[in-house]
Design a protein around this ligand. Structure first.
Ligand SMILES: Nc1ncnc2c1ncn2[C@@H]1O[C@H](COP(=O)(O)OP(=O)(O)OP(=O)(O)O)[C@@H](O)[C@H]1O
Ligand SMILES: [Mg+2]
Length: 228
């Protein structure tokens, strides 16, 4: 039974944080203890904390109850770049082991731990490790967030292939920012044909400060996810 997982993406800016916010609120509504965790965030200006200043600020902003700040993040860097480069500019290095032990701590304290990746799967974490290496060693499954627009078939199938090669279970696909066009419908259908996975579709939201999962679809998605 899976209750802890990664929200990884096909790319940066696909909506991992917004989807993490949706999941957090979904579990909280069910009265469960859930925590979002962003191991490495970049592009963070110290002292600034509004909903859009960092992923962890957004978590706090959308959470139904205050979250324990120390549980949400391990590394924050100023440069909006990949973790290894942003860390290098500050003379730091990311430790995979430190992140893995934080995940263990969270697993012992929460019903649901939602770990958010950085960028896509092959984003460098350190000089010689990728984010995918961290995901693999965490032994947690992945919910893949992807776009609905042109280009998504290639990005989504490549990402699923990368997970498969490492034997990392793909728990489901979230198509984010759906606008209801014929092209998007065709993209989603094509991906479903190749990947027999639970799918959740999240529309383009008017108000991202109250991210919600569509009711019945959400229930079905998580029922299948938890069966893994
Ligand atoms: N469903 C949605 N509806 C409307 N706007 C969205 C939606 N999902 C994401 N966005 C917007 O797209 C932008 C990128 O989203 P988000 O920060 O969640 O991406 P990300 O994948 O977490 O990026 P990163 O790799 O930096 O962590 C944000 O401005 C967010 O508000
Ligand atoms: Mg994010």
């Amino acid at each position: 039974m899976t209750q802890h997982f990664w929200v990884a993406g096909t790319d940066t800016d696909v909506g991992k944080t917004v989807v993490t916010g949706c999941f957090l609120r979904y579990f909280q509504k069910k009265g469960r203890k859930a925590v979002p965790y962003k191991p490495v965030q970049t592009g963070v200006t110290p002292g600034h904390s509004n909903a859009s200043s960092s992923d962890t600020s957004y978590y706090q902003y959308v959470s139904a109850a205050p979250l324990v700040e120390d549980h949400l993040n391990t590394y924050s860097f100023k440069e909006p770049a990949s973790p290894h480069y942003a860390a290098m500019l500050e003379g730091a290095e990311v430790s995979k082991e430190k992140i893995l032990s934080h995940i263990e701590l969270l697993k012992n304290n929460y019903d649901y731990v939602i770990c958010e990746g950085a960028g896509g799967l092959y984003v460098p974490l350190t000089e010689n490790e990728f984010f995918l290496d961290l995901i693999e060693q965490s032994k947690l499954p992945v919910v893949l967030v992807t776009r609905t627009a042109l280009g998504t078939i290639n990005h989504t199938l490549l990402s699923l292939e990368a997970l498969k090669q490492r034997n990392i279970p793909a728990a489901g696909i979230v198509f984010n920012r759906y606008q209801g066009t014929a092209l998007e419908n065709s993209n989603i259908e094509t991906i479903r044909r190749y990947a027999n996975l639970p799918v959740l579709i999240i529309s383009e939201l008017k108000n991202i400060s109250e991210p919600e999962i569509p009711g019945v679809a959400g229930e079905q998605f998580f029922e299948r996810l938890m069966l893994l």
